[in-house]
Design a binder for this molecule. Structure first.
Ligand code: PPS
Length: 300
């Protein structure tokens, strides 16, 4: 039997390595020169998140707001990950995010990134682009990431829950520390006015209200009917059923292990943390998250 993973049915899981101080895997760094030199346009909208914070949800909302009316066929034929390219993704012959973004025929271009603030290509700042950042409370974010890494074979093996929890606390995750990510972008917001900082929990609590705030930021005024349609279309059950938003068309994900649209809830962390793990996590969290003006909700 061959030991070469390329010659077996067992997919080869990548290892993390240090990339400019951030743990990464090759599919997000192999195109680095082109990522760093990416030429943003002034009307580009960057959707930035730590992985599993609600990227797809907000991407779909923005896509519907901009293109839902003018191009209904787009909604039934182009998966969301093609409408909103993942900038740093580099899987030759599958996805090259920079090329996808450069080839987008639509305007504005909606572009997804999970990069921490210090690695974002400078042209987004030079062009004064608008950025929508979505943050999710650490506990649910981690639970979601854990199941995602179980089922997504291009990510490192997550291991068992307890070791995963400790790796998360140490920031040894693809795209680095959750704490650094959400804080880094929060600080940027203090000096760069064109960031709309959103919270996953607020979206679950009242999607319509959060769409209103987004529209205000983007300078859009959809009709009441359009807004109603969008708010309904982006509810979890509808996105889960929709093959253009549920990632069912991606080969590297094994939905038999866990679906991409998994639960979509606030508070699912309670089904994962033991009492002792929760205490340990909270203790550590207090030390890392000291800004009283920057609060997350772990229940709603
Ligand atoms: S990725 O891979 O980083 O782009 O993933 P991302 O889209 O950021 O996050 C996936 C999680 O978001 C949940 N999700 C939603 N929740 C509620 N309502 C809607 N409409 C919705 N769309 C996506 C998705 O279920 C993942 O969270 P979990 O907790 O795993 O269910």
């Amino acid at each position: 039997m061959s030991a070469d993973p390329a010659k077996t049915d067992i997919p080869h899981r990548p290892e993390l390595f240090d990339f400019h101080g951030v743990p990464m895997i090759h599919i997000f760094t192999d195109n680095w020169e082109n990522v760093q030199n990416f030429q943003a346009r002034p009307d580009d909208i960057l959707i930035a998140t730590y992985p599993k914070a609600g990227t797809t949800w907000v991407s779909y909302i923005l896509d519907l707001l901009y293109f839902g009316q003018i191009s209904p066929e787009r909604q039934t034929s182009i998966p969301i990950y093609e409408r909103v390219p993942f900038l740093e993704m580099m899987m030759p012959s599958v996805f090259i995010g920079v090329d996808q973004a450069n080839n987008l025929p639509t305007s504005p271009r909606l572009i997804k990134t999970h990069l921490p603030i210090q690695l974002v290509p400078k042209s987004f700042w030079e062009q004064n682009c608008r950025v929508v950042y979505v943050a999710r409370n650490a506990k649910d974010n981690m639970a979601s990431y854990f199941h995602f890494e179980r089922m997504n074979h291009v990510h490192p093996e997550p291991g068992d829950w307890s070791s995963y929890l400790h790796r998360f606390m140490e920031g040894k995750m693809v795209f680095g520390s959750w704490y650094d990510h959400v804080n880094g972008w929060w600080k940027k917001k203090q000096t760069y006015s064109k960031i709309h900082y959103m919270f996953f929990e607020d979206m679950v609590e009242d999607t319509g209200r959060e769409i209103d705030k987004l529209c205000c930021f983007l300078g859009l005024s959809p009709s009441a009917e359009e807004k109603k349609q969008i708010t309904g279309g982006v509810q979890f059950d509808n996105m889960k059923k929709n093959d253009m938003t549920n990632y069912s068309t991606i080969p590297c994900m094994d939905f038999k292990i866990s679906p991409f649209m998994r639960k979509g809830k606030v508070g699912d962390w309670k089904n994962h943390f033991t009492v002792a793990q929760n205490e340990e996590f909270d203790e550590d969290y207090k030390k890392k998250m000291k800004d009283p003006s920057f609060q997350f909700r772990t229940v709603i």
